[in-house]
Design a protein around this ligand. Structure first.
Ligand code: ZN
Length: 161
């Protein structure tokens, strides 16, 4: 009889934080961009209905408003980013995310296949029975499932808590 496939649930982290000045700056950046887009449409509409001449000047004005709000958005977003980076360097928590950086979050994963666990008893992906930490695994699933490097490594790693 083939040994029963078993795995441990391993803890991973997801940390979120909100309410910092950096998120207020982000809010204003988005609000001003939105207002700039609305204002530029409004300028074009008013120019059309009022019959403003020359009309290229109306389009020029609308484009200027749009570009100005876009520049304000970039400047404010950069400011928020600088606050986040300073907080990160200081070891403080910051809200939002640093652009281009990956966020991390904690979750229980199957030690056999590495997928997120939705149940405390079995893995939905590979079907392994989840056994309590400290209990010996009956099978690592090598050969019966994915045998790539990640699978082999995650199956051999024992939880440290
Ligand atoms: Zn699994």
């Amino acid at each position: 009889m083939e040994p029963l496939l078993t795995a441990h649930r391993v803890l991973d982290t997801k940390r979120t934080n909100s309410g910092g000045l950096e998120s207020t700056v982000d809010f204003w950046a988005n609000l001003l961009l939105l207002l700039g887009i609305i204002a530029s449409f409004f300028i074009v509409l008013v120019g059309m209905f009022a019959g403003a001449r020359p009309f290229w000047f109306v389009l020029f004005l609308a484009t200027c408003v749009l570009l100005a709000s876009a520049v304000v958005w970039v400047v404010l977003r950069s400011l928020a980013e600088i606050i986040r980076l300073l907080k990160k360097i200081s070891g403080l928590k910051y809200s939002g995310e640093i652009s281009g950086a990956e966020s991390s979050h904690q979750f229980y994963a199957c030690s056999n296949c590495g997928h997120m666990l939705h149940s405390e008893t079995t893995c939905d992906t590979c079907g392994a029975k989840i056994v309590p930490e400290g209990q010996e695994l009956e099978s690592f699933g090598i050969g019966s499932l994915r045998t790539d490097m990640f699978n082999v490594q995650s199956a051999l790693v024992q939880p440290s808590f």
